[in-house]
Write a protein that binds this ligand. Structure first.
Ligand code: AKG
Length: 263
């Protein structure tokens, strides 16, 4: 029997760099999709080399210290090669196709699960962490720079949870926290999405997700572009990205710090 489920959840880019309408429909129903081959093999090698070199120099600056991953943010502002990946117009155009609104970069992040880190990133939503107001939607492109099968720490999504807004931030170190905040999510189907190097997933910032532990000998190198509604304003809440900017509440998150790659 033909497997039609996989046709809906994923696609390649077409010759003009767009995704089919049915994939946009899948995203809007489920809150995530997989897009194959957003980077060609030579691009993967180029960006993987830059990411590995950046990691070697900056690992000690990781925001996460408990071993779930090395997390380096706003790499695009400090590394010219990675800047091209974060600001890639084609990826931003696909993100705008999915979201249906103009988008800016909120920040990027290099998320590396070191070999045998043996720690999952537990279920959480992204949006509750962020100091945003007046935004209609935000989403992440999670780009695999190495093959990421389940045993190297690929992501698992809770379909449909992009509509579950209003929850407090959840602890990504706690296996149970999201389900304590909303027990109805515990029994939802879970969709695990392995990626080949150069593939990516897009997920809505409210979609519940986790990433499995890395039990392999190779580091899981992922680069994440986070896109926000181009009209997002600052809520006034503390956050590592906005704290150094000393913005007043209500300030627009715009200008060169929050660029519009698809423009
Ligand atoms: C995200 O990109 O929002 C994640 O939570 C990724 C988690 C991971 O890569 O371990």
């Amino acid at each position: 029997m033909e497997n039609t489920a996989s046709l809906a959840i994923e696609s390649d880019l077409d010759s003009s760099g767009r995704i089919p309408g049915e994939l946009v429909d899948y995203y809007r129903q489920n809150g995530f999709v997989r897009v194959r081959g957003v980077l060609q093999p030579e691009e993967v090698e180029h960006f993987r080399g830059a990411a590995a070199a950046y990691l070697e120099q900056h690992r000690a600056e990781s925001l996460e210290k408990a071993g779930v991953f090395s997390q380096l943010v706003n790499v695009w502002q400090r590394d010219e090669t990675i800047r091209d990946l974060t600001l890639q117009p084609g990826l931003a155009a696909v993100a705008e196709q999915l979201a249906g609104i103009p988008l800016r970069i909120w920040h990027d992040q290099m998320l590396v699960k070191e070999p045998h880190n043996n720690a999952a990133t537990e279920f959480h939503q992204d949006r509750p962490y962020w100091p945003h107001a007046n935004d209609r939607q935000s989403l992440s492109a999670w780009i695999a720079l190495v093959d990421v099968p389940p045993e190297r720490g690929c992501m698992t999504f809770l379909p449909g949870t992009q509509n579950r807004t209003g929850l407090r931030p959840q602890d990504l170190h706690s296996e149970d926290d999201l389900f304590e905040v909303d027990p109805s999510l515990r029994w939802l189907p879970r969709v695990t999405v392995p990626l080949r190097a150069g593939d990516c997933t897009f997920h809505n910032s409210y979609t519940g997700h986790m990433a499995l532990p890395n039990t392999t000998d190779l580091a899981r190198l992922a680069h994440v572009n986070i896109y926000i509604d181009a009209n997002t304003t600052y809520s006034g809440h503390p956050h590592v990205i906005t704290d150094p900017l000393h913005l007043p509440p209500g300030a627009p998150l715009n200008g060169p710090t929050f660029p519009r790659p698809a423009q």
